[in-house]
Design a protein around this ligand. Sequence first.
Ligand SMILES: [Zn+2]
Length: 491
Amino acid sequence: MAAAPPTNREIDAFRAQADRFVADLDEEYYLHFAGHKESLEVEVIYERYEELTRLETAQRLAGAPVELWRFACEGYLGNLTREHQEKVATVEAELQATVDGETIPFRMLRVALSNEPDRDRRQRLERARLELTEEHLNPVYLDASRVDREAVHALDAPNYYELYKRFGFRLDELAEECEELLDVTERTWEEVGDRMFRDRLGLGLADARTWDVPRLFRAPEWDVAYPPDAMLPALEATLRDLGIDLRSQENVHLDLESRPAKSPRAFCAPIEVPGRVMLVIQPIGGRDDWEALFHEAGHTEQYAHTSPDLPMEAKRLGDMAVTEGWAMLIQHLVTEPAWLNRRLDVPRVDELARDGAATLLYYVRRYCAKLLYEIEFFQADDAESMKPRYAELLTEALKLPANAANYLADIDGSFYVTGYLRSWAFEAQLRDFLRAEFGNEWFARREAGDLLRELWSLGQGPTADELLRDVTGARLEMAAVGDRIREGLLR
Ligand SMILES: [Zn+2]
């Protein structure tokens, strides 16, 4: 490690460079996934900021604020696998499956699956997706994971898991809470999951397979409640109640145009924080799509309201559970009974709320299992040996047989899984507070909007734990997610 700690001047120079690096990467991701640009060219960007990603930089920054040190280490690792990242994006963009004589782009297979009422054809679509993953993607992922495993040693850590613990990730404590949550919600999932599969697809949880899951959550029976042309007006009205005029926000750019290569899923690209935040949508309609839009709008508003005076690490880095938490808070309005009564003309509000809770239960259990898996994966000497373990943990959590072929593609990297898990706890606890403070229609109260904007201005300076403690006095805990799910299921 470095002999002397980095000087303030060095740290400031790193901040400035890092800020441009992320802006360039976000712009490139935006252009590619919004369908403006066919290829995703991250290599040239890595070359442009070559000195940021050197091993010596990562080693030297060990004495800087931890977020900057982590960024330097991630830059070093990311640079070593930049070709892999490009390759994966290219392969995904170019791959095509042929199912029943029909050609379907790889990235559209999941959408096709979710829209397919015929179960046998769903199985063929899923099989095609898995075959392409095994053949074209897994070799690239596997090679990247070998490169990473070697490279962390140069960062003076025995493995990736230990490295993230040094960054302050409380992986073991969170895993313990997740195991507890898996335990206490196991019977509930067996009952609720079984009922949901029966009601929607006419088969029990024991007979359900992975190719039925996207169809389950697609829930076409709710489409009438969530039409595509009402999505944006509903979002605008919701934000207006909180005191935000979406259309007049000069730093928020709505990309609504339809393009053939545009990602079918809404996303947010915070190219400049807070100066230029892209909210990209291709409205399809349906509950899933509405939730995706509201989720990304939560990210968008947080970044757009972040104070420009904060240091780079508070604007762009920090605890990802914060931005994910704000995204979840807005996303979950879509199945919130009080919001539904106010905003949408739907007759079976309680049913929708129960459905939302059951869906959340599925995802929470899935991510709990993913965390347990990733903790083991990153400590194992041989990545490939973890394939059966992935299937085992995911199958145990979801009670339906997982596909081992996803054992590499299903890893988010940077332990981002902890961001989602803690964001659900943050949302559950903050929602309780907002309801106690402003009533069940908190989302329609200007004062609630004032509080949100004040908290958004802090960016990701404070962690989710710190934010929650400062606002509510409570400790962030996964058990709150269990309580929130139970409440929804009892409606
Ligand atoms: Zn998100």
